[in-house]
Design a protein around this ligand. Structure first.
Ligand SMILES: CC(C)(COP(=O)(O)OP(=O)(O)OC[C@H]1O[C@@H](n2cnc3c(N)ncnc32)[C@H](O)[C@@H]1OP(=O)(O)O)[C@@H](O)C(=O)NCCC(=O)NCCS
Length: 184
């Protein structure tokens, strides 16, 4: 019908779809988390085994109630990364977010921004969250740019939190409240 917007599933964006994680995702999950360019800005530093990456695809009790997705391209259905909302609290209606586009060839193609918008919208509209929080290395300029673009605000700085490649890195704490998501 003219003038009626096509229905978009709540786990679909303009470029990506978020789908459940499967045991079959293990091989590229293992590749993503062994690629230094991908993990240098994550809280990881050691190579991971296939057994470890198999476990990573299962819910992690350290993050309490959590939901993890594989990010795949809408066009080709290619898995390109992962995103999760963890440590969710029903009382506070808050959760922590983590994302990585593990397929580096897809960086700067708009996928990270679209996946962030999609998972935040999902959190607010489907999980009834009020607040989404994340931590990001202050020198991860690409990620900070993406988070600010969709409405995240810097709320604090944890100084010299991580020691990697011989230097300390500060971490920014960023937060997004319901109603603050900037649509693209
Ligand atoms: C950070 C990440 C999720 C972003 O995803 P992405 O698909 O590359 O992001 P997009 O393509 O949507 O946007 C990237 C933006 O950063 C910009 N950018 C690239 N390098 C930059 C830099 N050094 N400084 C500032 N902005 C930069 C791009 O130009 C683009 O902005 P534009 O659309 O205004 O031109 C992805 O690169 C990634 O997973 N990196 C490795 C893991 C990681 O850092 N995860 C986040 C941990 S908190």
């Amino acid at each position: 019908m003219e003038g009626v917007k096509p229905m978009r599933a709540p786990f679909e964006g303009k470029l990506v779809r978020l789908r459940a994680r499967e045991p079959e995702d293990e091989p590229y999950h293992n590749q993503w988390f062994n690629a230094w360019d991908v993990v240098r800005y994550l809280g990881r530093r050691y190579p991971i085994s296939h057994a470890q990456s198999r476990k990573m695809l299962e819910p992690d009790p350290r993050y309490g109630w959590s939901i993890g997705f594989i990010i795949e391209t809408l066009l080709e259905g290619d898995p390109i990364g992962q995103v999760f909302l963890g440590s969710a609290s029903a009382e506070d209606r808050s959760a922590e977010l983590g994302i990585s586009i593990g397929d580096k060839s897809r960086w700067d193609g708009g996928y990270g921004t679209d996946a962030m918008r999609t998972v935040c919208r999902f959190g607010f509209d489907m999980m009834h969250l009020h607040r989404i929080e994340l931590g990001v290395y202050a020198d991860n300029e690409r990620a900070v740019h993406v988070y600010e673009r969709i409405g995240f605000r810097t709320e604090g700085r944890r100084r010299e939190m991580y020691f990697k490649e011989g230097v300390y890195h500060d971490t920014l704490i960023m937060g997004l409240l319901e109603g603050e998501l900037v649509d693209g």
